[in-house]
Design a protein around this ligand. Structure first.
Ligand SMILES: Cc1cc2nc3c(=O)[nH]c(=O)nc-3n(C[C@H](O)[C@H](O)[C@H](O)COP(=O)(O)OP(=O)(O)OC[C@H]3O[C@@H](n4cnc5c(N)ncnc54)[C@H](O)[C@@H]3O)c2cc1C
Length: 461
């Protein structure tokens, strides 16, 4: 694949059809990495199509010459999904239109590079709401979210991207334009291609249009911050809340090291900033009375006394609390450009066991770590910063730690990644979670879409 004379011919053909504006052989640096720590790729050319017909032509041309294509949206992925390894980098950045907010059918038709938060803002103008809110929502795109099956803070109550995907137009690696689903909620026709595209990490097809489900905007919401003297106690509280069948919109957690890092890099003073661990709850409902009921139930289940929780009393207070939580990853990137970021997910009831087991591994090896994430849905983020650890020691440490963390998640009945995906970072660990036959089944699906293996090679498998 990517024989230099084939690449040259492809670039000539693409330039002739799409013009110099859309095809550039000098690829700007920013397109060669995403937000994965210490990962940089290379590409022979960047192509920026303007419409589906151009995507189809690009794929047909590349497929005819065995040249690889790596789709890219906003480049906020954290497992290297959009990082190219030669061939064509396909930037979908011009596919950035909200085509329609269809209030009658509670859905939106969008191009894939619409920014997640922009869809939410447009929906809100019509009294609707797009509930999937990854920490990167002001940068990431809906297409990137679909390709990664992104989750967010509100997954506890509202689910993840796959739960909102109603329809897609996509281009297969041989250039054929296809459709699945539409503006309808129920769909029992044939195999569920949307489910296969969801989380496919740009390895099966290039998405050119999406129909996403919207929901009515809740009438009222409230944010509650609760402090704990250990992460294990916070995890136990989450277990008691979910076991009591209380479903907040979000339950996020941060350990002190994560809070301190945000304070250091943003200068923000966090309420309860001296606590060992914090839980941040969002609840939403149709009325304040219902919010009062939910608040009481959460406080009772968590066993919190009146000094150990506070309720945000204004939009500014709410914004501060959420900016602290959303600020964790940017603060990590500033503190240490090289870091390990794991996002295992376990059944909610297993969070305390998982956290205790991983903490024990780190204590035995005397490693500083950061724990934060989406406690309400069992998605635990575990980060380790390289700081001044020498390169050789760092590499050896990752090799040793990653399988240990994954094995703990799997032994708790979980998965090695809850939302960030496999990309190029975790592919060697797939066999920890899946049997040979299960991986071969996934490979057969890949081959059915992409027999030549030209689309985003080297990812997932
Ligand atoms: C600060 C920060 C916070 C984050 N918080 C969260 C979080 O809370 N939850 C979460 O799930 N993730 C989170 N992420 C990770 C990241 O934002 C998500 O994975 C997001 O979905 C990536 O979207 P993107 O538009 O940046 O896609 P990119 O990074 O550009 O691409 C991601 C993948 O999608 C593929 N792709 C892109 N466009 C297309 C297309 N049109 N057709 C087919 N494939 C395509 C690419 O090939 C790649 O494999 C966070 C990242 C950062 C930096």
């Amino acid at each position: 694949m990517n024989n230099s004379s084939d690449v040259k011919v492809v670039i000539e053909k693409l330039t002739e059809r799409l013009g110099n504006d859309a095809v550039q052989s000098v690829v700007p640096e920013k397109y060669l990495s995403d937000r994965t720590s210490a990962l940089k790729g290379r590409a022979d050319c960047i192509v920026i199509p303007r419409n589906t017909a151009e995507v189809s032509f690009i794929m047909k041309t590349c497929s005819g010459h065995g040249v690889s294509v790596t789709p890219r949206a906003s480049g906020t992925g954290v497992t290297g999904g959009a990082v190219p390894s030669g061939g064509i980098l396909l930037s979908m950045e011009k596919f950035n239109r909200i085509i329609e907010i269809d209030a009658d059918n509670l859905c939106a038709a969008v191009e894939p590079c619409v920014i997640t938060l922009d869809l939410n803002k447009a929906a809100r103008d019509k009294g609707l709401f797009y509930p999937v809110d990854p920490g990167s929502q002001d940068e990431s795109s809906i297409g990137g979210n679909v390709a990664e099956n992104a989750g967010g803070m509100s997954a506890v109550k509202y689910g993840t991207t796959k739960d909102y995907l109603l329809g897609a137009e996509f281009v297969t690696p041989d250039g054929t334009v296809m459709n699945a689903g539409g503006k309808f909620v129920k769909n029992a026709s044939g195999l569920n291609i949307l489910a296969i595209l969801s989380g496919s990490e740009g390895t099966l097809a290039v998405i050119t249009k999406l129909v996403m489900r919207l929901v009515p905007l809740p009438g009222a919401r409230r944010d509650i911050l609760m402090k704990f003297d250990s992460l294990e106690h916070a995890a136990d509280a989450v277990k008691r809340i979910t076991s009591a069948h209380i479903v907040p919109t979000a339950i996020e957690f941060m350990e002190r090291s994560a809070i301190e890092l945000v304070s250091k890099h943003s200068g923000k003073e966090v309420p309860f900033g001296g606590a060992d661990s914090l839980l941040l709850f969002r609840i939403d409902a149709g009325s304040d009375a219902e919010l009062d009921r939910q608040e009481k139930a959460i406080v009772a289940a968590a066993g919190a006394d009146e000094d150990s929780f506070m309720v945000a009393r204004s939009e500014d207070e709410s914004a501060l609390l959420w900016s602290v939580r959303r600020g964790v990853r940017p603060a990590i990137e500033k503190e240490s450009p090289v870091f390990l970021a794991e996002d295992c997910a376990v059944p909610r009831s297993e969070i305390p066991r998982f956290v205790r087991a991983v903490k024990k591994i780190f204590e035995e090896k005397n490693i500083d770590s950061l724990f934060f994430g989406h406690a309400g849905d069992g998605n635990v983020h575990i980060d380790i910063l390289k700081r001044d650890i020498p390169d050789d020691r760092w590499k050896a440490l990752l090799k040793e730690l990653k399988p240990l963390i994954y094995k703990e998640a799997l032994s708790c009945g979980g998965t090695i990644t809850g939302e960030h995906g496999i990309g190029s970072l975790r592919k060697e660990y797939l066999p920890l979670q899946f049997t040979v036959e299960e991986i071969e089944l996934m490979r057969r699906v890949k081959r059915a879409f992409d027999p030549e293996g030209i689309l985003n090679p080297g990812k997932i498998f």
